[in-house]
Ligand binder design. Structure first.
Ligand code: RFL
Ligand code: PHB
Length: 392
């Protein structure tokens, strides 16, 4: 097999890249280790920045998102028993976020890839990357029991944090930056109508809690928990009791109780590898960086990366220019580090930790009050939350 760009991974990054390349007249093949079913049902992120929505619409992938996505103009911070609204739209000159599940985005992109006869292989195994520093890299993989080879010009490593792409780079060619947080999130999906139109981020002395949603019938909720939390210790009644304790407030607002259809624990990590390139291998999305979910940035960063990578590859094929490819890593890293800082800031401010001294605890409360009450501070949160504009 031969193609121009071999893409490893069919998450949001890999799938969107293959679409953007098709639109630019560049050929690609996507290799995915899991089944189509698995990719389409993996519950993850829910918040799309304005720039992500615009990118999906421009690529012709936004029809169902426009019908079913929920546009939010604000978020709420709940602490000291009170809800404080951050008016995202007023504070950012009209920008908003859209709540639409990552797996829905993935479903839409897979359906469009099938429709446009893009080359997409699911259930591949033993993927290995070769001759990345030559101008003829190649990929070996197993599919349907047969070993296959793809020769290509470029490789896009879109295979997430545990993928093979970053692992294929010699350790001395990369610098890794990492922070592991001493807590995690226990997330549930509940068949219950959302009782608030906007997301509620709650700081409570028992721990952080987040109220989100997926549709007018489905609520998504998270509780701060231990990184090694055992789900068996969390029967549904305990989850609801803990959620209600952490969301307690003077108005009596609470999420509605409903059947819990999914439960999982998400670890909290900040990670960046530099540079996001090695020879003809370009890393994008979670393969290159991880943010804790508190800032809702993970999928949005993946989209920003592949938007840049598709433009750089298009410039290479259409105009014979290499300058955008050469600038790819540095350009992406600027946005990545801004999002890393924002996610770290939101995470620290909203999560009490067992190792917080009373002094640190007072600082977190002071920061929350400042963000809720100061125009400058809430504007800072809003501008980052809706996502900074693309600079291309
Ligand atoms: P993905 O989505 O992980 O996709 C990578 C794909 O590569 C495949 N793969 C391989 N394929 C071939 N060969 C191999 N050797 C391979 N190894 C792996 C995988 O099967 C997968 O299909 O990365 P991508 O595309 O970079 O997208 C990034 C986003 O998925 C990620 O940033 C977010 O989901 C992070 N995240 C959240 N982000 C938010 O913005 N808001 C959230 O609420 C939020 N919640 C979450 C999350 C991530 C979670 N994870 C990773 C456990 C909740 C969870 C549970
Ligand atoms: C979600 O809906 O899954 C969600 C929303 C906001 C976050 C994280 C997750 O910050």
């Amino acid at each position: 097999m031969r193609t121009q760009v071999a893409i490893i991974g069919a998450g949001p990054a890999g799938l969107l890249l293959s679409h953007l390349l098709r639109l630019a007249g560049v050929e690609s093949v996507v290799l995915e280790s899991r089944s189509r079913e698995h990719c389409e049902h993996r519950i993850r992120a829910g918040v799309l920045e304005q720039g992500t929505v615009d990118t999906l619409n421009e690529a012709g992938l936004g029809a169902r998102m426009q019908r079913e996505g929920l546009v939010h103009h604000g978020i709420e911070l709940l602490f000291e028993r009170k809800r404080h609204r951050i008016d995202l739209t007023a504070l950012t000159g009209g920008r908003a976020i859209t709540v639409y599940g990552q797996h829905e985005v993935v479903c839409d992109m897979i359906a469009a890839a099938v429709e446009h006869q893009q080359q997409l292989y699911f259930d591949v195994s033993e993927v290995s990357l070769h001759d990345l520093t030559s101008d003829k890299p190649w990929i070996q993989f197993t599919h349907d029991g047969a070993v296959q080879r793809i020769d290509c010009d470029y490789v896009a490593g879109c295979d997430g944090f545990h993928g093979v792409a970053r692992e294929s780079i010699p350790a001395d060619a990369l610098q890794n930056f990492e922070r592991i947080y001493p807590y995690a999130w226990l997330g549930i999906l509940a068949h219950a109508a959302p009782t608030c139109d906007e997301l509620v981020y709650a700081h409570h002395e028992r721990g952080f809690a987040l109220f989100s949603m997926r549709s007018p019938e489905v609520t998504r909720l998270y509780l701060q928990c231990r990184p090694d939390e055992d789900l068996a210790q969390w029967p549904d009644e305990r989850i609801w009791a803990e959620l209600h304790a952490r969301f307690e407030n003077d108005e009596g607002w609470l999420p509605a109780v409903g059947d819990i259809t999914q439960k999982g624990v998400t670890p909290m990590r900040s990670f960046v590898c530099e540079p996001m390139q090695y020879g003809r291998l370009y890393l994008a999305g979670d393969a290159a960086h991880i943010v804790p979910p508190t800032g809702a940035k993970g999928m949005n960063l993946a989209v920003a990366d592949v938007r840049m990578l598709s433009k750089a590859l298009a410039a290479r094929y259409r105009e014979g220019r290499d300058d955008l490819l050469a600038a790819y890593s540095a350009t992406c890293l600027e946005r990545v580090w801004r999002a890393e800082h924002f996610s770290y800031f939101m995470t620290n401010m909203l999560h009490p930790s067992f190792d917080d001294t009373p002094f640190i605890n007072r600082l977190k409360m002071a920061e929350l009050r400042y963000v809720a009450h100061s125009d400058a501070a809430s504007r800072m949160l809003a501008e980052n939350y809706v996502g900074l504009p693309f600079r291309d």
